[in-house]
Design a protein around this ligand. Sequence first.
Ligand code: AHM
Ligand code: MG
Length: 307
Amino acid sequence: HSADAHRTDLMTITRFVLNEQSKHAESRGDFTILLSHIVLGCKFVCSAVNKAGLAKLIGLAGETNVQGEEQKKLDVLSNEVFVKALVSSGRTCILVSEEDELAIVVEPSKRGKYCVVFDPLDGSSNIDCGVSIGTIFGIYMIKDHSEPKLEDALQPGKDMVAAGYCMYGSSCTIPKKGKIYSVNEGNARNWDAPTAKYVEKCKFPKDGSSAKSLRYIGSMVADVHRTLLYGGIFLYPADKKSPNGKLRVLYEVFPMSFLMEQAGGQAFTGKERALDLVPKKIHERSPIFLGSYDDVEEIKALYAEEQ
Ligand code: AHM
Ligand code: MG
């Protein structure tokens, strides 16, 4: 029982950002305030997720979201909480949520200079069985907040000023190469050649290395969290049924790609660096391969051979 096991001197996001802010004399604290409102949203969602069973929040809300998928009550609640927390921060001017078909333009009296793109509760098909789910967000700074435009949300991922996720339920560097691959193999019959070849190599490597293990939770936050900690690769490829994959560029692909690069890994769409993509629509989807640097190099090589 070392003193470490009982650490009470906790580093929180708010404490970290306040420390950083004090290093920049020019800083006005807007980003700190925005982030503290995001943290507030996460804390609310966290407690709602924890008591979901008791509060009878489990089950369908009887509504369908913009992508035509069933929407759970917790998604609706989480979205409302996030939108309200972000608007009341007074630091945002345009919001894009997975749960809202249209981008939300903040009323003039509450506007600030940030655009926030987010998925309030990703992986919601896992709620009922208690698997970890999470919130994903990305933040852009906009040019003119008195006149926010949809284009402010349609910037390439590399221009995000920050991104993050919060995992609910049960600073890291990612290993350069990992022993895990993570993909929904139920879609294998519809994969393109490079994806199929890559997964085959994971299972039957020809270079004498050992086969990779398969881990797939089906909750992006949990699958990416594991990839950040243990390394390896997470794939949601294109397939014949979903030519652009499933995951959404702005609030799933970009934030997670941003974090992966920050941690020393890579994120690739099958065509280009994920963060170089310039989205044309707010709910656009893209195939994504992200994870350990060397593992992503391999899939890039297979796509290059196709050319
Ligand atoms: P959601 O936004 O409707 O929850 O869908 C996104 C989720 C991701 O968390 C996960 O990576 C993916 O869907 C799993 O999809 P599949 O069930 O097709 O494997
Ligand atoms: Mg989602």
